[in-house]
Each structure stands twice: as structure tokens, then as C-alpha cells.
Design a protein. Structure first.
Length: 226
């Protein structure tokens, strides 16, 4: 167990309260109803595990949580990518709500449940990545004393967290009962590829041993494909 970082718990609690509220507004307001059962299941799949994950890292790796609280990018390219990412998420979730309101899609319940199971598996994979790499910040940066992580998911691809995020959000429209919203989440693919390529530029310049790691671990994101 590591020492508690002053003020971290309050930051985490505030974020834990605010994120579900924003998510609910993005889904239920466009849906025009609280009977949007797909949204209730999806939010449960996302936020119930978050409680246990946050508790785990508060106890065993508060430094990771402190890094995950940072939101202001230092790289100019990443600032643009960050803004585009916000646009994608807002438009995608709002479209899901609108789809429910106007009954544009008819996604069967079994497909909604299956998609939620895949979203959960993506989140579990992200948790495993975070447990493996304490330096997994939300922003692109290299800290003093940071080392290259080559174990666990990092032995398979260089950016396993992005893989987990893609799995989560590419299946999010189906989990929320929308076919139409799929097209709004697809731009996440080129956006994350752009982000990881810029991240690699920074890591190659600033992180000792990263070049050798890239030579050993060939795939950026998807094993045997890219």
C-alpha cells in the first residue's frame, strides 16, 4: 500500500460524481425519457466497475490516479486531437439518445447485451494495462525516472490502452441500441492512430530504451495487423 497523495481522494470523488452526471445528460436529454433501458445498462457497465477500480488504485497506486487526473496536454498536436475527441464523444452519445427518441434503429436486446459484455471486456483490459503501467497518464508526457514497460499487454502491442478504448467505444452504439451512431464513433480509429503516432515521436525522443522496444514489439495497436 502506498502513501496517500493530499487532495487526491477529493479530486477522484468529484470526478466520479461529475462524469456520470454528464453522461446521463448526453444520453437521457436527447432521448427525452428515463425509460431508455439501454442507457441504464450501459452506464451500470461503465460506472459500477469504476468504483472498484478507483478504490484499488487509491490503495495500491495513487500516483497513477494522480497522473490520470491531468487533462491539459503539452503537445500542440495532442490539444487538437483532444478537442476532436470531445466532439466525437459528444456527438456519438447524443446521437444514441436521439436514436432512442425517434426509433431510428431496432437493435435486438440480445445484441445490446452482447455489446455491453464487449464494452465491459474492453474496460477490464484497460484496467490490466493501467495495473501494468503506473506511468499511463491521460496526457502525453515523459516523467523523470520513467521506464519502458515491456510486460503484460505491452509485450503484444505498443499501445494496448488504445486497443481497449477502441473495443469499448466502437461497441458503444450497439450497447446503447443505435445503428446510426456507429458512424459517429468510427472517426475514433484515425484519431487514436494519429494520437499514438505523435506519442511515439515524443517517446522516441525522450524515453530511453523506447526505440529498442519498438524494434522488439512490432505492432502499434492490433496484433498481426497494425
Amino acid at each position: 500500500m502506498k502513501a496517500e497523495i493530499p487532495g487526491l481522494k477529493n479530486q477522484v470523488i468529484l470526478r466520479f460524481i461529475m462524469v456520470p452526471i454528464f453522461m446521463g445528460l448526453m444520453l437521457f436529454l436527447p432521448a427525452g425519457s428515463l425509460d431508455y433501458w439501454q442507457a441504464w445498462i450501459y452506464c451500470s457497465v461503465l460506472f459500477i466497475p469504476v468504483f472498484f477500480v478507483v478504490f484499488y488504485f487509491l490503495k495500491y497506486d495513487p500516483e497513477l490516479l494522480e497522473r490520470r487526473m491531468r487533462m491539459r496536454e503539452k503537445e500542440e498536436k495532442q490539444k487538437t486531437i483532444q478537442i476532436l475527441g470531445i466532439v466525437i464523444f459528444f456527438s456519438g452519445f447524443i446521437m444514441c439518445g436521439l436514436d432512442y427518441r425517434y426509433h431510428w434503429s431496432n437493435v435486438p436486446a440480445y445484441l445490446v447485451i452482447a455489446a455491453n459484455a464487449i464494452v465491459l471486456s474492453g474496460y477490464i483490459f484497460v484496467f490490466l494495462v493501467l495495473r501494468e503501467n503506473s506511468y499511463a497518464s491521460r496526457i502525453i508526457e515523459v516523467e523523470k525516472g520513467q521506464k519502458v514497460i515491456t510486460t503484460g499487454p505491452y509485450a503484444i502491442v505498443r499501445h494496448p490502452m488504445y486497443l481497449g478504448v477502441l473495443v469499448m467505444y466502437l461497441f458503444t452504439p450497439l450497447a446503447l441500441g443505435s445503428y446510426r451512431a456507429i458512424i459517429f464513433f468510427l472517426p475514433l480509429i484515425p484519431l487514436l492512430v494519429s494520437r499514438l503516432l505523435n506519442e511515439e515521436e515524443v517517446l522516441l525522443k525522450e524515453l530511453p530504451g523506447y526505440k529498442e522496444y519498438c524494434q522488439k514489439t512490432r505492432y502499434h495497436l492490433i496484433p498481426f495487423i497494425y
